[in-house]
Ligand binder design. Structure first.
Ligand SMILES: NC(=O)c1ccc[n+]([C@@H]2O[C@H](COP(=O)([O-])OP(=O)(O)OC[C@H]3O[C@@H](n4cnc5c(N)ncnc54)[C@H](OP(=O)(O)O)[C@@H]3O)[C@@H](O)[C@H]2O)c1
Length: 320
């Protein structure tokens, strides 16, 4: 027992020492790609969902610095106001507004879109960023499983309602926050809403795969419109996303040296929003500001079309 104790202590000390020496190098590696574009966004309007915290907030900070008018769509307006006030002070940009949007309620999405269409003359960049991960089983106001409902169906519906404005404002860009987790996902057509069995991890991966498939099919349908659609993996990022899973939250803390800050995590969204070389690139999936590997199930056009049709049916919309 004494030998085990000393071995454990020795190995821990060695690992601790190595980590402290290597920390700056690991951090540089973990930070990933950086958006190098200096493009300005004066006169452009950007909408970011879930902009009050995490990746969305840092994306807002950067795009506000570039002069954009930013609409921060948040389900909790007071949290949104706090984030926006901080960013107004930080960037000097006074053209940032908060609007209420609950993606777990199609009535809220409709109200949000109606107001936006009344108030805004143009929309150049839509960033479907909000997300929920591994929450206990629950349903949205419309009875959809929460992760599918918020991460996929909510953004699908929002995009549908705002698409004409984006087309009128073209060139315009749509950016959907997906995840590396899409690799582990599959679309459970026989039990899309996880009514027969629910696993919070499987449901999250399914919703993130749905983001990739939606982007793919949307890009195909948008050909020739000068509206592009791409999806993004922000990296593994310190944020509030892990709030529902103690184990994931613990893992994030233990491996924190490998995990991006929200500003590092925002780089790929920012890149997709502003990079000049992406003006006509559509239907791709990006990570670390570069095109990245898409799992075979995320490249399946049949699945993408089937998911599209089912999403329209669930939302009772006709989107040809
Ligand atoms: N963090 C990562 O490691 C990671 C990795 C891969 C992909 N992603 C993706 O990146 C995106 C941003 O995640 P994050 O890390 O920044 O997470 P976060 O800090 O938890 O932020 C998520 C945002 O979504 C909002 N939201 C949740 N449910 C909503 C609803 N029903 N209606 C409207 N807004 C809602 C949250 O609002 P409240 O503050 O009011 O809850 C919050 O503003 C997500 O789509 C996530 O899946 C993150």
């Amino acid at each position: 027992a004494r030998m085990c104790f000393w071995m454990f202590t020795g190995i821990s000390a060695l690992v601790g020492f190595l980590l402290s020496v290597l920390r700056p190098y690991i951090r540089r590696f973990a930070a990933g790609g950086v958006c190098k574009s200096n493009a300005r966004l004066d006169g452009k309007t950007v909408l970011i969902t879930g902009a009050n915290t995490g990746v969305g907030k840092e994306t807002m900070r950067d795009l506000a610095r570039r002069g954009a008018r930013v609409i921060a769509a948040c389900r909790d307006v007071s949290k949104g106001e706090a984030a926006v006030n901080e960013i107004r002070m930080d960037t000097g940009n006074e053209q940032i507004v908060v609007r209420k949007l609950d993606l777990a309620d199609t009535r809220s999405i409709r109200e949000f879109a109606d107001n936006l269409l009344r108030e805004e003359k143009a929309l150049h960049i839509l960033i479907n960023n909000a997300g929920v991960m591994m929450c206990p089983y629950s349903k949205t106001e419309d009875g959809f499983e929460m992760q599918l409902g918020v991460n996929h169906l909510g953004h699908f519906y929002l995009t549908y309602l705002l698409l004409n404005l984006l087309k009128h404002s073209a060139p315009a860009r749509i950016i959907n926050l997906s995840s590396l987790a899409h690799n582990l996902g599959w679309i459970k057509f026989a039990d899309l809403q996880s009514e027969k069995s629910y696993n919070s991890g499987i449901a999250y991966c399914q919703s993130k795969l749905a983001n990739v498939l939606f982007t793919r099919e949307l890009a195909r349908r948008l050909q020739g419109t000068k509206v592009t659609a791409n999806s993004v993996h922000p990296g593994t990022v310190h944020s509030e996303l892990t709030r529902h899973s103690f184990m994931v939250s613990l893992a994030w803390k233990i491996f924190s040296v490998f995990i991006k800050t929200p500003m590092e995590g925002a780089q790929t969204s920012i890149y997709c929003a502003v990079a000049e070389e992406l003006e006509s690139i559509s239907g791709k999936y990006f990570s670390d500001c570069s095109p990245a590997f898409v799992a075979p199930q995320g490249r399946n056009d049949e699945t993408a079309k089937r998911l599209w049709d089912i999403s329209c049916k669930l939302l009772a919309i006709k989107w040809d």
